[in-house]
Design a protein around this ligand. Sequence first.
Ligand code: ATP
Length: 235
Amino acid sequence: MSLLRVKGLKVHYGGIQAVRGIDFEVGEGELVCLIGANGAGKSSTLKGLMGMVQCSGQVTFGGTRLSNLATHAIAARGLSLVPEGRGIFGRLTVAENLDIGAYTRRERAYVRADLERMYGLFPRLAERRSQLAGTLSGGEQQMLAMARAMMARPRLLLLDEPSMGLAPLMVQKIYQTVADIASEGVAILLVEQNAHLALHTSQRGYVMESGSIVLSGPSQALANDPGVKAAYLGE
Ligand code: ATP
C-alpha cells in the first residue's frame, strides 16, 4: 500500500492555477522525484501537501485523510518539509534550530538522542552547534534545514530543491545525505530543477509541466526517454 496517495490535487493563487489536478503516490520508504521547469508547480505541490496553500483534492497518508488539516497537524502525522530557500532561523544557534524541529514531540529523552543522531549524520553541524545559523555557509544551512526536518521523525520527507545555489562538492555531500536518510527507511519526495541529479538519485519519478504531470515511471526509464532528454537533460 502507498504511504502517500494524492488524487486530483489542485492549487491556485487567486486566478492563477498552479497545480491542475494531479495524481501521484509515494510508497513506504521510497525515493520519488518530481522534476520540471521553473514555475511548473513543483513547490506549490509540496506546499499543498503541507496545507500551506489553498488546495483541493484527496490526500491520504498512511491510510488517513490529510485534506483540510492544519499544517501542524499534518506535520504531527509524519510529513516534514525542507522548504526552498531553507527557512532556517539565522539569529538562533544550530542547536536551537534543531530543537524547533522537534516541537511536536514530547518525549525529550528521545529528542536528545535524535539530536545526537543528527550530529552523527551531519558532523559539520556538530562542530557548529553553538554557532548562529545565519553565519553558516549555504551548504551548511541546507544540512541544518534537512536535520531540522528530520528532528520531527518524519515518515515522509519533502525536499524542495536541495541543490539550489550550492557548489558541486556540496551538492554531492547533500545528495549523499539524502541517500543516507532514504537508507534509514524514510520515504522522500524530492523536487529538483536539476533533473539529472534527481533521476540518478531516485527510484521513480514524475515530470511536471504547467501544473500537470505529463510523464511518470522508473527514474532510469525517464532518464532514457527522448523527450525528457531533450527538455530536461540537455541532450
Ligand atoms: P520553482 O522551481 O521556480 O519554485 P515550481 O515548479 O516550484 O518552480 P511553483 O513555485 O509551484 O513552481 O509555481 C507555479 C506557478 O504558481 C507559477 O506560475 C508561479 O508564478 C505561481 N505562484 C507560485 N507562488 C505564488 C504565489 N504565492 N502567488 C501567486 N502565484 C504564485
